[in-house]
Write a protein of this length. Structure first.
Length: 95
């Protein structure tokens, strides 16, 4: 079994603002946080953009605590993020 990878999508993700609304951490590039880890054959299409601080925080606290603390559903955020990419990059490929 191979993991789905998409460097174009990961680069798009790095250029987006942090998923945590109101994040004021400076920097122009974000980390793509994989919701399903690479070790469990997660896809690059299940990533969300996060600043380094929030990326480290979700890894340390765990998803449930992080979502509760920031009033987020990371899977919903990942789907919304993928839709934005699809509309701007796959428009010609969608039938």
């Amino acid at each position: 079994m191979t993991r789905e990878t998409d460097e174009e999508f990961l680069e798009f993700t790095r250029k987006q603002p942090c998923t945590v609304g109101g994040c004021m951490v400076p920097g122009t590039r974000r980390d793509p946080h994989h919701l399903k880890t690479r070790a469990t054959w997660g896809s690059d299409y299940t990533v969300i953009p996060m600043c380094r601080m929030h990326h480290a925080q979700v890894e340390t606290e765990g998803v449930s605590k992080f979502e509760s603390k920031h009033h987020l559903n990371l899977w919903k955020e990942a789907h919304a993020h993928l839709l934005i990419f699809a509309k701007t990059h796959w428009r010609d490929k969608i039938v």
